[in-house]
Design a protein around this ligand. Structure first.
Ligand code: NAD
Ligand code: ZN
Length: 249
């Protein structure tokens, strides 16, 4: 095994309470495109900010059109070797929590219990009312939207219905932020996999881990802004790297 892989394995063995921090890069091998790789979503279209969604009916229509266009890809996706390696570490009691920027639910699908997955940017597999929080299933919204091209409204309170994800400009979910901070403050190793580490406040968590004295390791096929403060950086593919280090297929 190469030296950098052995070093990551040694760090994992020495650690007692690991937090794995993941971004879109851990799910590209499951067929879900990330945002910032060449050819990623942001190189093809502009994000719709939360304020635009709230203020403009045409922004809501465009947002729902994109949502239903990308939904089949997300539904068809299954956990890959990287997700399975993380799940194995949780199962061994090595990893206390997975803090994720992802909205695809693949960590839960890989078998990690809900209480150990902290979703910073919400979940794309359902929608909710922005006013009363009532939950709506995508399968119920889709036929009505496609027939009327009107963005959905809440049948209880008339509020705007939006995918249960956190858009640019939208407040972060307070409970997830508190849980993530607690997990990070208690960890002795933070392993980052597949995040460009440019989206704040999420990217502040690996930084916080390092500042409170934890070891910081980053796996990403490209350099990130936090490489200079990391104790170990592996510019490698996530599935093969974590699979080999953890010893799973
Ligand atoms: P990002 O797109 O900004 O960065 C992904 C990083 O992963 C890049 O640095 C890229 O080099 C790296 N990467 C991609 N595939 C890799 C692989 N196989 N092996 C190693 N490295 C790989 O993602 P981000 O930092 O998570 O920020 C994007 C935001 O968009 C997230 O906060 C999330 O909310 C959302 N998002 C989620 C999903 C998802 O749930 N799967 C997908 C796209 C975007
Ligand atoms: Zn409502």
């Amino acid at each position: 095994m190469d030296d950098d892989l052995l070093e990551l394995r040694r760090m994992l063995e020495a650690a007692e309470r690991v937090v794995v921090f993941t971004g879109a890069g851990i799910s590209t091998e499951s067929g879900i495109p990330d945002f910032r790789s060449p050819g990623g979503v942001w190189t093809r279209m502009k994000p719709i900010y939360f304020q635009e969604f709230v203020a403009s009916e045409s922004a809501r229509v465009e947002s729902w059109r994109r949502k239903f266009e990308s939904d089949p890809v997300m539904r068809a996706a299954a956990p890959n070797r990287g997700h399975r390696a993380v799940a194995a570490l949780v199962d061994r009691g090595k990893v206390s929590h997975v803090v994720t920027q992802n909205i695809d639910g693949l960590h839960q699908a890989s078998g990690i219990p809900d209480h150990q997955v902290i979703e910073l940017h919400g979940n794309a597999t359902y929608a909710h009312c922005l006013d009363c929080q009532k939950r709506f299933e995508l399968d119920a919204i889709r036929p009505v939207f496609e027939a009327t091209l009107k963005p959905p409204r809440c049948d209880e309170c008339g509020g705007l219905v939006k995918s249960a994800t956190v858009s640019f400009g939208q407040p972060m979910p307070p409970a997830a932020m508190i849980r993530a901070e607690e997990a990070i403050l208690a960890c002795d190793l933070c392993l980052v996999a597949g995040s460009s580490l440019v989206v704040y406040p999420a990217a502040g968590f690996p930084e916080l881990a390092k500042r409170q004295g934890a070891v910081l390791a980053i796996v990403n096929r490209e350099p990130t802004d936090m490489d200079p403060i990391a104790d170990l950086v592996l510019h490698r593919e996530i599935g093969a790297t974590l699979g080999e280090v953890v010893g799973n297929n």
